[in-house]
Every structure is written in C-alpha cells, then in structure tokens.
Design a binder for this molecule. Structure first.
Ligand SMILES: Nc1ncnc2c1ncn2[C@@H]1O[C@H](COP(=O)(O)OP(=O)(O)OP(=O)(O)O)[C@@H](O)[C@H]1O
Length: 376
C-alpha cells in the first residue's frame, strides 16, 4: 500500500534510492489483504460459523469464551492480532520479526487492568492499536464490539479515550519540535472540549487540583500533565487507555487520580487499561494484570489470583518477571555488545537522516509533516 511520504533528504536522493518510481499496488501483500477483507466480509455474513472457525488462542480462551453475538461480553477483545511497524513502502521490514504476534486478550467491562512489560515490549504500540491509531485488520480488535480503527465514532463520541504521549510536544507545542509561544490559560484547553457535563468538569478540576488560571507556557511538567489528563477524562469514556500518564504527578495527585478512575469503573462500568512502570501504592487498584513480552501476553490474571497484590508486593512481582525474562534472554543470545561493531558500518549509521515510517515513537503524532527523523 503506498504511504504518503514527503522528502527532504539533504542529498536529494534517499527516497528515489529506497523506493521505485511507482510504489506497488499489486503483489503478494495486496493479494493477502484482498483475501483478508473477503474473509472478514464472509465472516460478517456468517457470524455463527465465524465463532467456530476462529483459531484457538492461548492465554485468553479459558478466561472469556469467544462470542460474536450482538451482546457485547467484553469491553476489549483481541484475537489473533499481529503487528509490525512498516518500512517506507508500508510493508513489514524484511528480517525484523513482528512486534506483536497472534495476541489474544479479552477484558470484561468494569475492569481496571494494569499492563506490565519491559521497555520496548510493545505496550504503547498495543494501546495505540486498541485506541485505533494504527490500521490493523478489521476483525483483530473489538472495543465495545466495534473495530477501533475503522469505526471512528468510537473516539469521536468519547466512548473510547486514549491518553498517552508527551503533551508538551503533541498539543501544547506546535509540531514535534517547534515551541508554541502562545500565552493561554488552562481553562481554554479544558473549555475547548464540547458538550461536557459541568459537574464532571468541576469534579475533575478538583481531583486533579488544577487552577484554571494557570498559564500553559509557564506551568511545570506535572501541572501540564494534570491539564492533559483532565482534558482526556472530561467526557465519560467507556474504555480508557492510559499510557504512563502519571509519570510527572506527585504522589497525592497520582493517588487521587487512581481512585477517581477506579470509581469510574465500579460505578459506571467503565474499563481502564493502564500501562505504567510506577508500581508503588498501586496494589489496591487493578482488577486484572496483563504482562506483555515477546509480542504476546505472557499472562493475564484476575487480581484475586495474584497473591503479591494482597501482600503489597507488586513492585517485587514486576521486578521478578522482568528479571527472569532478561536472564532467559541473556542465556539465549549472550550479552549485548557494548562496543561499536565496525563490521556493521553502513547498516546502522553513526548519524544519518533516515526516512521515517510515519510515526513519531511514543507519541500519537504522525511524523509525515516533519519529513525526516534523526537516527543514531
Ligand atoms: N515508529 C516506530 N517505528 C518503528 N519501530 C517502532 C516505532 N515506535 C516504536 N517502535 C519499536 O517498537 C518496539 C515497542 O515500542 P513501544 O513504544 O510500543 O514499547 P513500550 O513497551 O511502550 O516501551 P516503554 O516501556 O519503553 O515505553 C520498540 O522496540 C520500538 O523500537
């Protein structure tokens, strides 16, 4: 599939060398996509048959039996999800294994689920997929029974909300590297969301301890983060995806926010999936734990089945999980080299401009307008 790519290569040749004049619109990939869309269409027409034909998947099948009946059993349902970041031509990059492989996951409505995983495990990517930010096949993910990428109403109505990334770059600044020098109050950001229940707004402002008169260009990172979270929560979401957004919050702000979110789930039946590396004092919060590694959920458990939560030892549980995994990897592939391997010269430049694949890592932004990214 052709991807729109703007070009500002300092040597004026990268794209021409990297891609043919005509980006392809036929071949194996397109045949596969066509087959997939025909299969999805057929599955829609024969829902009963579809249930029987879905591949048995590992971790989640015992937790939530599949159903494609009209009643929505799970707030989040993932089946056979595969994902690889594409190269310039929109295809998976040869030699690089998919980041997510045949992942299955089913989260009941009303859950507060912690998403655990090492740096680079794919938590942000997974949450962005659930949030409809990456195109995937229509039947791989269902949020409230609907495909998040294809059914844009999910996000437009606020039923599905994703809060992640660094707001400093995404919203309070224009583009990814150009600072916005405007002077405006926090209330302007908050009031920009239409059709908000005034009571909910007042409650959030109180919970997050926001001063509506804060001038956004003078606030601290944590204060800016509070405004970002407030804006993301103003509408009563049904499914909320949080990507490490409490990192700048002080302990009081964080505790108040986590209690607010838990209440949203217990009183309104909302569902929250939260990826974080900060575990202290969080034992009370999750109803479920999910651990992502090697492209798959290695476990998915209800809180009552995780004794470490009752013992106040969540941090130690996560430490052990990551440590065991690192030890296993070290055994399998040996230690990573710490010195530059000159035989790889040219494969990974010491510094070069590289054409991006359309996504700024760790943010919700496409990078197409910035043309080039720096790669070390
Ligand atoms: N735009 C991109 N293009 C190519 N690869 C990417 C891109 N964004 C992320 N990746 C790769 O995908 C992998 C998973 O990244 P992701 O940000 O999802 O991990 P994460 O679990 O959220 O990590 P962290 O805990 O550090 O935030 C990483 O190896 C990363 O290099």
């Amino acid at each position: 599939m052709p991807v729109p790519v703007a070009v500002t290569n300092p040597n004026g040749k990268g794209l021409a060398a990297a891609a043919p004049d005509q980006l392809p619109t036929s071949g194996d990939l397109f045949a596969k996509l066509k087959a997939q869309s025909q299969a999805a269409l057929a599955a829609k027409q024969e829902p009963e048959k579809d249930v029987a034909q879905r591949p048995a998947s590992s971790a989640m099948d015992t937790e939530a039996p599949s159903t494609s009946a009209p009643a929505v059993a799970a707030a989040v349902e993932v089946r056979g999800l595969n994902f690889a970041y594409p190269g310039l031509d929109g295809r998976p990059i040869p030699g690089i294994p998919p980041l997510i492989r045949d992942l299955a996951f089913s989260l009941p409505a009303g859950s507060t689920c912690l998403l655990l995983g090492a740096n680079g495990a794919g938590k942000t990517t997974f949450l962005k997929i659930l949030g409809g930010k990456h195109m995937i096949s229509e039947d791989a993910v269902r949020i409230l029974g609907r495909p998040p990428f294809h059914d844009t109403q999910l996000s437009v109505t606020g039923d599905l909300s994703y809060i992640g990334g660094n707001w400093q770059r995404d919203i309070a600044f224009a583009g990814t590297s150009i600072p916005l020098t405007g002077d405006f109050p926090a209330s302007r950001m908050i009031d920009s969301i239409p059709n908000v229940d005034p009571e909910r707004k007042a409650r959030l402002i109180k919970v997050l301890d926001i001063d509506p008169c804060w001038r956004m260009h003078t606030v601290s990172d944590g204060q800016r983060r509070r405004v970002q979270i407030c804006v993301g929560l103003l509408r009563p979401f049904k499914v909320l995806l949080l990507d490490e957004i409490t990192v700048d919050l002080d302990v009081l702000g964080r505790a108040d926010l986590m209690r607010f979110l838990q209440e949203e789930c217990t009183t309104r039946g909302a569902t929250v999936l939260y990826a974080t590396h900060i575990f202290d004092g969080l034992e009370f919060w999750p109803s479920h734990l999910a651990y992502l590694a090697h492209g798959q959920l290695q476990f998915f458990k209800e809180a009552k089945d995780v004794p470490e939560l009752a013992q106040g030892r969540l941090l130690s549980l996560v430490y052990n999980l990551l440590n065991e995994d690192r030890e296993a990897q070290l055994k399998a592939r040996g230690p990573r080299p710490t010195e530059w391997d000159s035989s790889r010269e040219g494969e990974v430049g010491v510094f070069s401009y590289a054409f991006n694949n359309g996504w700024v890592p760790g943010t919700m932004n496409t990078s197409l307008s910035t043309n080039a990214v720096m790669r070390n």
